[in-house]
Design a protein around this ligand. Sequence first.
Ligand code: ZN
Length: 149
Amino acid sequence: MRTCRTCLQEQPLTEYKTAHKICKTCGFIRNMVSQAKYRSKKFDIPFDLYPEDLFIPSHCPLLGIPIEIRSGSRDSTPSLDRIAPDLGYVRGNCWIISSLANTAKNNLTLEQFSIIAENWKFNEAHGYSKKLHKEHPHFQKISQVNEGQ
Ligand SMILES: [Zn+2]
């Protein structure tokens, strides 16, 4: 057993990289923060974040899927998310969600995300995913515009 210098929890040696005094979980968070710092410099995003501001939840707060550092699936690995992208990597605006949820969010606003979800549901409800595209009302609008030209 070894006590992590960061989270101060006593953990088995398997939770540490050889000779490391910080556990793998704390190391993972540190890495995420330093990568965020790099991105914020590169893209001129506000940055004021410390590893102590973050924790890895057992489940993704957006999707509910388990979050695992060492899993076979990339989707369930922890990913640092800016709640309001414009506010940047600052304390209180960052949390850890699943990579799958973060990839899906990407640069969308909540409104844009909701529009996608509504249209997706509409398509499913009307079976457009199984029909020809030209039956979709949106496609008809486009073809009407084209015919008018
Ligand atoms: Zn730790």
